[in-house]
Design a protein around this ligand. Sequence first.
Ligand code: ADP
Ligand code: MG
Length: 247
Amino acid sequence: MSDFALEVIGLHKNFGALEVAHNIDFTLKRGARHALIGPNGAGKTTFINLITGALAPSSGQIILNGQDITGLGEAERSRCGLARTFQINQLFRGLTVLENVVLAIAERQGIASSMFRPLSSYSEVTDEAMDLLGNFELDEDALRRIDELPYGRQRLVEIVIALGQRPSVLLLDEPAAGIPSSESQHILDAASALSSDITVLIIEHDMEIVFSVADYITVLVSGAVLTEGIAADERVRAVYLGEVDRG
Ligand SMILES: Nc1ncnc2c1ncn2[C@@H]1O[C@H](COP(=O)(O)OP(=O)(O)O)[C@@H](O)[C@H]1O
Ligand SMILES: [Mg+2]
């Protein structure tokens, strides 16, 4: 198998006259913790939307685990092992934490549409959901409704839901956005604790989080890759901390 979990080749996307992805070549090494940074409006979320299939590129190719997925829809890409969280949270707010995670797992197993019994009667799915929640110390919140949780914990649930799809590649779009910096540590811990079987691309403005989580950094500006480098390199840190607008 290739060293790369994800390869993006010559990706272009226009919104009318605005070129929001300009000839992006990008690789995600298997097992990487890779950060994508850049000012607001740089095209980071659009890039994720192109990878997941939420948007179609004008041209270019996307290869997931050696398979060309450019022609596949979002659901198919998800079945191929691609999962993402959203910058704006999209949980079922009136359902419990557990129900949200159970639904994600059931979706992966293709049984969501045949669930006539109460969700709680599917014990294997429930067990798996509780295990995942336990890994993030969310088990005590399992029976609470999403809208009863503090925002920081809601954002953690989003990550758990994405993991419920058993992804090989996880795309995190500003997982700590909207969270007080005192709580963003929890998100950081969650991202750091993910299994090394999962390759992670994280969009993040908080450079402390970037440097504590990421081993590699790509800087996107105006839809193009400005530069890339190894996060541990002091010179890289100085350049990124000094020059990149935190938006
Ligand atoms: N659906 C859309 N139609 C037109 N323009 C869009 C659309 N989505 C995003 N844009 C524009 O594309 C640019 C990149 O947006 P985005 O990917 O959200 O940036 P980032 O996530 O880096 O802040 C912005 O100028 C934004 O206004
Ligand atoms: Mg964005």
